[in-house]
Design a protein around this ligand. Structure first.
Ligand code: NAP
Length: 475
């Protein structure tokens, strides 16, 4: 499959030298392919191509863009098994999770195929009889998209679908751990009829590519998903050319179980949310606050489910616990667990590397977690459930709102009044109430505080890729 200057088949066949970089399988450590190290010149060229393609793509009728996106959604669905296998091979998550991610990506293209036809303007009441005020939404221009490795298909789809629907062209830099998924998606874009130049994929050194993307004045919008630290750096770099920014950054989600919660449901969804993708999910719970009255009952149910998790190669249908992406991720998890234990937490389950392979960590449960521990302050990004008891929900709210992060959280209970009051009092962009699957294409995904700027998804999601233009018409 070919796409612009990058060829997936060519990438797989290339030899390792300074112009190529290997892509590994986190489960086995084997090299599964090579991708080009794109240079500053390649990046400028990609921006120039995207800039040149903008007039044509944005000038297409919305119905024509919609048709391409709809075909793309169909192609993604038709290629679910190939894409899911590739995703599991380069990222590690179990195949069932990969299939769900592919379905989510197809859902984004399908949803924004519809939204492409609904970018409506406004006629505002004029103060004068001899004038009219028209407000238009025009595609913003060239979008630079930088994406992480933890959801290498759906994070790309979340940016690409609204950007292309609005009429923008895109230069995409995927994470180095998972570039093949992005290249495969780009190949499907081409098969769907996306014109040449509308999407460029750049692989290689992040700082080199990022410096050009953030400083080139032809890039109008930077859409970034990744850590808060990188988001902060890119925010600064974009200041020079005053770019519009969309930032989807780190999280530190609380999971609160109120005394009247359905404990079976809470424990089942707690394990699903926490251990999906081995805890390498921006919205996965990092801190569990369990009401003292139900703590022991909840813990028993949680441990039963944790004990059923099976660490193993994602291609094996029995496996339910993925490896961590690399050694650095493993070291971070070890540091968080060691810090918690040193400061008085009880290690109830796990706490060590799992023997199945290089980068697996055991499903771990910590109790008696205190506010001064790293697990209470930073994103662990691993399979560690950190539990503490509470009696006063006001103290939990204060602890949650003291965090610099404000991405997602969860509240479980039965009394609708307590649930809504608790959820509304939390400084979070998204709250699951007796529910965990927040990543829906029709909903606004995003965080507050240092978890990000803007929202992805939902009807308003496409407007982020547009600029308003106001026309005052004299009659
Ligand atoms: P990361 O280290 O910030 O990297 C994200 C992307 O940014 C990668 O492609 C990375 O490439 C690139 N990058 C790093 N430095 C750059 C620079 N100077 N210029 C341009 N690009 C640069 O994050 P990650 O470890 O891949 O992803 C995990 C983080 O993403 C977590 O914090 C998670 O919470 C967050 N996340 C947030 C959401 C959300 O919706 N809010 C969704 C998913 C993930 P290199 O690796 O080559 O440096």
């Amino acid at each position: 499959m070919e796409w612009g200057r990058l060829t997936l088949a060519g990438a797989m066949a290339a030899q390792e030298d300074e112009n190529w970089t290997p892509v590994g399988d986190p489960a086995t450590g084997e090299t599964i392919g090579y991708v080009r190290m794109c240079s500053e010149d390649d990046t400028r060229e990609a921006v120039a191509s995207a800039h040149a393609a903008f007039a044509g793509w944005s000038g297409e009728a919305p119905q024509a863009r919609s048709a391409v996106l709809r075909r793309l959604a169909g192609l993604i669905s038709d290629h679910t098994e190939e894409l899911a296998t590739l995703l599991t091979t380069e990222q590690g998550k179990p195949l069932a999770e990969s299939r769900a991610e592919i379905a989510s990506a197809a859902g984004y293209f399908d949803f924004f195929a519809e939204e492409a036809r609904r970018v409506n303007g406004e006629i505002v009441a004029s103060p004068r009889a001899d004038s009219r005020i028209l407000v238009m939404h025009k595609p913003i221009g060239v979008v630079a998209a930088i994406t992480p490795w933890n959801f290498p298909v759906s994070m790309v789809a979340r940016k690409l679908a609204p950007a292309l629907a609005a009429g923008c062209t895109v230069v995409l830099k995927p994470a180095p751990q998972t570039p093949l998924c992005a290249l495969a998606l780009a190949a499907l874009c081409r098969m769907a009829g996306l014109p040449e130049g509308v999407l460029q994929v750049l692989t290689g050194d992040a700082a080199t590519i990022g410096a050009v993307l953030t400083q080139d004045p032809r890039v109008a919008f930077l859409s970034f998903t990744g850590s808060t630290a990188t988001g902060r750096l890119l925010y600064g770099q974009c200041a020079i050319t005053i770019k519009k920014l969309g930032l989807e950054l780190g999280g530190h989600a609380p999971f609160i179980v109120l005394p009247d919660a359905d404990l079976d449901k809470a424990a089942t969804l707690a394990v699903a949310a926490k251990f999906r993708n081995a805890g390498q999910t921006c919205v996965c719970p990092n801190r569990f606050f369990i009401h003292d009255e139900v703590y022991d009952d909840f813990l028993g149910r949680l441990l039963q489910q944790v004990d059923r998790l099976v660490p193993g190669d994602g291609r094996n249908p029995e496996s339910t616990l993925a490896p961590l992406i690399d050694e650095a991720a493993l070291t971070k998890v070890e540091r968080h667990v060691a810090d918690a234990v040193a400061k008085g937490a009880t290690l109830t389950r796990g706490g060590r590397r799992a023997a199945v392979g290089r980068t697996w960590y055991q499903a771990t449960v910590l109790e008696n977690v205190g506010p001064d521990m790293l697990v209470s302050c930073e994103e662990t990004f691993g399979p560690v459930a950190a539990l503490s008891r509470f009696t006063d929900v006001e103290q939990v709210k204060s602890a949650v709102n003291a965090s610099q992060y404000g991405l997602a959280g969860y509240v479980f209970g039965r009394d609708i009044s307590s649930l809504l009051k608790t959820a509304e009092s939390l400084d979070l962009g998204m709250v699951g109430i007796n529910a965990i699957h927040l990543g829906l294409e029709m909903a606004p995904i995003g965080g507050v505080k240092q978890s990000g700027l803007g929202r992805e998804g939902g009807h308003a999601g496409i407007l982020d890729y547009c600029e308003q233009q106001y026309l005052l018409v004299g009659l």
